[in-house]
Design a protein around this ligand. Structure first.
Ligand code: ADP
Ligand code: MG
Ligand code: MG
Length: 251
């Protein structure tokens, strides 16, 4: 589904190399987790994949179902099936949540050459999906994320994901700042979307989210590279022993 080879990324404004040769292959239908200390480049990887400004790819490639995504505009990547749930969801004053979602869903359909969703169908689908995530009608009418609590913002990210039905979902620390109940709700939302044709890359600083979203593969990222790959037991190793022993004596 997603294949990253030898990806090197630097900041556009500064001569600072952040990703130093990332290799990663996420198979269709699988859930991969990336863990790693703060500052190792996890968010940078998700930003670069989603097409955010400010980063320059100096070497390497990234493909989604065999298609080069690094040359695409952010909206083309979304139409191709890529979705990023942000660590810090943005507030959009003046734009109703429902309007935002309807515009996003229909823009994606248009880009794929599909018909728009009718308002009746859209309402039916969004009500159903919002209900499953404990999102009430009031939250759907308010401006996107404005005044939402941390937990509400994260649930709203999962609602966006559920509405857009992406193929490759990247969740960047969607668990940070959540209490256990909200985290479980996010995990349930993700688990409900697990499907043979959909893959997840779950970036998390802590192991606890992975108790609820059981990953197939766990990667450890440090200093701009994947330094270790293993099964779910690797996350438990991090939990009990910390990163230091994985990083070696220098850490
Ligand atoms: P993580 O998500 O693993 O905590 P980040 O990708 O956020 O790591 O950051 C990796 C490194 O790159 C850090 O040292 C961070 O300070 C730096 N960095 C990332 N983006 C910028 C930026 N726009 N300006 C300056 N430094 C940045
Ligand atoms: Mg961080
Ligand atoms: Mg981060």
């Amino acid at each position: 589904m997603l294949e990253i080879k030898n990806l090197h990324v630097k900041l556009e404004e500064e001569d600072k190399q952040i990703l130093k040769g990332v290799d990663l292959a996420v198979e269709a239908g699988s859930v991969h987790a990336i863990m790693g200390p703060n500052g190792s480049g996890k968010s940078t990887l998700s930003y670069v994949l989603s097409g955010r400004d400010g980063y320059e790819v100096t070497e390497g490639e990234a493909t989604l179902e065999g298609e080069d995504i690094l040359d695409m505009e952010p909206e083309e990547r979304a139409a191709a099936g890529l979705f990023l749930a942000f660590q810090y969801p943005v507030e959009i004053p003046g734009v109703g949540n429902m309007t935002f979602l309807r515009t996003a869903v229909n823009a994606q359909r248009k880009a794929r050459g599909e018909d728009e969703m009718s308002s009746t169908e859209f309402l039916k689908v969004i009500r159903e999906k919002a209900k499953a995530l404990n999102i009430d009608a009031d939250m759907l009418k308010r401006p996107v994320n404005v005044g939402f609590s941390g937990g509400e913002k994260k649930r709203n990210e999962i609602l966006q994901m559920a509405m857009l039905e992406p193929k490759m979902c990247i969740l960047d620390e969607t668990d940070s700042g959540l209490d256990v109940d909200a985290m479980k709700l996010v995990a349930d939302g993700v688990n409900a979307l697990r499907d043979a044709g959909r893959s997840f890359l779950v970036i998390t600083h802590y192991q606890r989210l992975l108790d609820h979203i059981k990953p197939d593969v766990v990667h450890i990222m440090a200093d701009g590279r994947i330094i270790k790959t293993g099964g779910p037991e690797l996350a438990l190793e991090v939990e009990t022993q910390g990163y230091a022993h994985l990083l070696g004596e220098d850490a």
